[in-house]
Design a protein around this ligand. Structure first.
Ligand code: NAD
Length: 284
């Protein structure tokens, strides 16, 4: 039975994933700066700060993989992004290396490409586009993808970066019809990161089946991902709850409406949104 460490295990994603990974037959080591509640059978837990590399190295001894979730999860000032999502991330990758743990599944976010236009304003987004983070939060997430690539290609680690969309029991608005991921689909992607023998480094979108919507998740399918859930069938209900703005209105031209990042792109947005559209480079 493989032993999997999860950082940020007391948080929203950690709490859901712990249960999913236990269900899949893993032993889980739940790590968080807060006390983790409701410890199950086949689960251990410890309070640890991810920025304390020596303590993390000690915790990770004997683990087969780390699922790294702990980060700055709001668009807080830079100092907090740097502390948790940069220094914390370096600490976790170095601790894994020192403890002989070769596999890391890194919780990235689709917000690393959040300033790109979404369908129908632009093409579906694959995993090779130039990053356009939509927030300080997303810059922190993008850093983790870079360190994952460095440690995989240079130091022989095996890293799956999952650009998680929105984990929930259902798609909660129009934008998230394209980025919703169910708990079991997210767990399937994490399990691919833990198990796939030939993995070196890959970036996938943590979304359920959203064919034709925002993301091109070919890289995940190539690794064997077969989502069990999808946003098809939700359109009527979601459109009733979240109708589109009138064509040509200010709301329809807003960054929230045009981009993959939605409100993250809208927050602090300055000026016209014309520069977000695919023709912007030619128009400049
Ligand atoms: N919730 C989503 O739908 C979603 C979407 C995209 C990406 N993600 C990513 O998934 C991860 C988890 O997100 P979440 O929604 O569960 O966030 P959360 O804020 O609910 O959980 C984060 C957890 O990290 C812990 N933590 C914070 N600082 C720590 C430290 N120094 N040491 C150890 N633990 C620390 C917190 O105590 C908390 O339990 C994040 O990396 C986030 O960027 C989540």
């Amino acid at each position: 039975m493989k032993r999997i460490a999860i950082t940020g295990a007391a948080g929203l994603v950690g709490t859901g994933l712990r249960a999913q990974l236990l269900k899949r037959g893993y032993r889980v080591l739940s790590l968080d700066i807060k006390q983790v509640q409701n410890i199950a059978a086949h689960e251990e837990a410890a309070v640890v700060d991810i920025t304390d590399q020596a303590a993390m190295t000690q915790q990770l001894q004997g683990c087969d993989a780390v699922v790294h979730l702990a980060a700055c999860t709001t668009d807080a000032p830079w100092t907090e992004q740097v502390k948790l999502s940069v220094e914390g991330c370096i600490s976790v990758f170095d601790a894994a290396r020192d403890a002989g743990v070769r596999r890391v599944v890194y919780a990235s976010s689709h917000h690393v490409v959040g300033m790109h236009p979404r369908v129908p304003h632009g093409p579906r987004m694959g995993n090779t586009a130039i990053l356009r983070p939509d927030s300080r939060y997303a810059v922190g997430k993008a850093f983790g993808e870079s360190i994952g690539a460095l440690y995989a290609y240079k130091y022989g680690m095996q890293v799956l970066s999952v650009r998680i969309g929105n984990v929930n029991t259902r798609p909660i608005d129009r934008r998230r019809m394209g980025s919703w991921v169910s708990w079991r689909d997210l767990a399937q992607l994490v399990a691919i990161g833990i198990e796939r023998e030939d993995l070196v480094f890959e970036i996938v979108y943590g979304v359920s089946d959203a064919t034709g919507r925002h993301y091109n998740n070919a890289a995940a399918y190539a690794l064997g991902y077969l989502p069990e859930d999808g946003s098809e069938g939700w359109d009527d209900e979601v459109l009733r709850e979240d109708p589109p703005p009138a064509a040509g209105s200010k709301a329809a031209r807003s960054a929230a409406e045009i981009t993959l990042g939605g409100q993250f792109s809208q927050s602090e947005y300055e000026g016209s949104t014309d520069r977000l559209l695919p023709h912007a480079r030619n128009a400049a």
